[in-house]
Design a protein around this ligand. Structure first.
Ligand code: 1GP
Length: 256
């Protein structure tokens, strides 16, 4: 039996977190952006201090377009590109890594383990770095909740999400992602982030509806390790730059 090593992209993220940094990942959505627009945003993102790029969207299913998209994005940057898949059509060989994720609160077996079992062999063939992650989706009125058939978790009830998050940790997943949904009216309440943070030891990713430096700071202060923003970068990159700046100015002085 071989000893499984943590890959390059995950090590890069973990080393930064261990140094006490808070991270920002810029989500680029192939439904909303052309490859050229995405490449431009990725470059600006890297220049503004973002730690990595995520590529994904809830209703995008063209693998050939995704190949071109990721190739173009990767061309001008050195930060890693991580696939944020919505299905097996999101597996492209040109990315650095893939969040190998399970939507833990889906009511559909397909989004919990079906797509993963169908995609695993291709991930191996492409030698993509798989980063295991438990994905928890709140509310019911976002594209991700509808497409993934999520059991709508109440955003205010952190203790429910904490049960899923702890289960993710005990199942060996190495990150937990709390998702309010892209373009959500409101980001997740800080009380919910706090409750989940207290329940687990693995890194906590938070995204959905973060549109201001205040939103980002609130999430980081509540215990988020990694903040994901997508919509705000498409709408107003100067605002996104401010968000990245406040996240990167935060250091976690607490040792976990
Ligand atoms: C979506 O959490 C991400 O999966 C980002 O959401 O587009 O609202 O920033 P926004």
């Amino acid at each position: 039996m071989k000893h499984l090593k943590v890959g390059k992209t995950e090590s890069y993220l973990l080393e930064k977190l261990q140094r006490g940094e808070k991270l920002h990942l810029l989500l680029l959505d192939p439904e909303e952006l052309s490859p050229e627009e995405a490449a431009k945003l990725a470059k600006i993102g890297e220049g503004s201090g973002s730690d990595g790029i995520m590529v994904g969207g809830s209703t995008f299913f063209s693998q050939s377009f995704l190949d071109e998209f990721v190739k173009e994005v990767k061309r001008g940057i050195s930060i890693p590109v991580i696939i944020f898949p919505n299905n097996i059509t999101s597996i492209t060989r040109y990315a650095d890594a893939i969040w190998f994720m399970s939507m833990l609160n889906s009511v559909d077996h397909y989004f919990i383990i079906g797509a993963q079992s169908q995609g695993a062999v291709l991930v191996k063939q492409y030698r993509l770095e798989a980063i295991p992650m438990g994905y928890i989706v709140f509310g019911g009125d976002t594209a991700v909740a509808a497409m993934g058939r999520a059991l709508p978790l109440p955003p205010e009830r952190g203790e429910v999400a904490a049960c899923y998050a702890l289960a993710a940790q005990y199942l060996g997943m190495r990150f937990v992602y709390l998702e309010a949904g892209s373009g959500a009216k409101n980001p997740l309440p800080s009380s919910t982030i706090k409750t989940v943070r207290k329940a687990i030891e693995i890194p906590l990713i938070v995204g959905g509806g973060i549109r201001s430096p205040e939103n980002a700071i609130e999430a980081v202060e509540a215990g988020a390790d990694i903040i994901v923003t997508g919509t705000v970068a498409e709408e107003d990159f100067d605002l996104c730059r401010e968000i990245i700046a406040v996240i990167k100015s935060k250091k976690n002085h607490k040792q976990r």
